[in-house]
Design a protein around this ligand. Structure first.
Ligand code: HPA
Length: 248
């Protein structure tokens, strides 16, 4: 089954016919909220709002391990994450949508692995390509069918938050190779890989990163909602087609 993790601005899916909700307990604590199950065009999907249904859980306090465990426990095989980002690369403008292909991880102090027992065989997952190649192509194909422009590839820098970045940090991330910056991409992607889930992300550019474009003198976070909403409507159109695709 396809699972959708909704980020900022996507706490529910209007095109989802809800069948039931499931409150979950996991060995890692509580997920961000009940899992919502339903149908999009007759296809079963499950949905979770990463920041909680009332948008109260900040990025560094999201229980990523519980969320991913719960999705898998309930039968998710494919997971698509929707997340908002700040654009670093000069051509990534607010309103654009990107399917990133690489990650730089600057987060810290988060529970980032399921393999932290001392009495189990040491496990190193391969993370050369952090997003599932097949999920990425399914998303890009669905976007093409929906006639929506989704950019193919880009390096996502995951920062700790909840504060936004300094201009110098953004310059550093760019020197490191980052194209966009967000606060929730990690450890979510790594945990998905540890669980063997097919995981990819849809990144919605909602602002210029700090020090860039119209964020030269500051990021005006209060205006991002107006940018995000039309972009998220486009994302939902693509998600409707993605559920119809049966691949893993
Ligand atoms: N920085 C970090 N995370 C973000 C941003 C940003 O500029 N915009 C949306 N999420």
């Amino acid at each position: 089954m396809l699972a959708i993790i909704g980020g900022t601005g996507l706490a529910q899916l209007s095109n989802l016919e809800i069948t039931h909700r499931q409150v979950m307990r996991t060995p890692y604590g509580e997920p961000s909220g009940a899992l919502t199950f339903g149908l999009i065009n007759q296809h079963e999907v499950m949905f979770i709002a990463r920041h909680g249904y009332g948008h109260t859980i900040p990025p560094h306090l999201v229980n990523y391990r519980a969320n991913m465990w719960a999705l898998q426990n309930q039968g998710a095989k494919r997971v698509v994450s929707v997340a908002s980002v700040g654009g670093i690369r000069s051509d990534l403008l607010p309103g654009m949508i990107v399917v990133p292909d690489q990650i730089l991880d600057y987060t810290h102090s988060r529970a980032y692995t399921y393999f932290d027992a001392r009495d189990k065989l040491v496990t190193h997952i391969d993370f050369t390509h952090p997003y599932s190649l097949s999920m990425r192509s399914q998303i890009l194909e669905a976007a093409k069918q929906a006639k929506e422009k989704f950019l193919d590839g880009g390096v996502y820098a995951a920062t700790q938050g909840p504060r936004l970045e300094t201009a110098a940090e953004i310059n550093r991330y760019e020197r490191d190779g980052a194209d966009m910056v967000g606060m929730t991409g990690m450890p979510e992607a790594a945990l998905a890989r540890e669980l063997g889930l097919s995981y990819a992300a849809i990144a919605v550019v909602v602002n210029h990163a700090a020090g860039r474009g119209d964020s030269r003198d500051g990021v005006h976070i209060e205006t991002v909602g107006a940018v995000a909403q039309p972009a998220l409507t486009r994302v939902k159109k693509v998600l409707e087609l993605l559920v119809e695709c049966d691949g893993e």
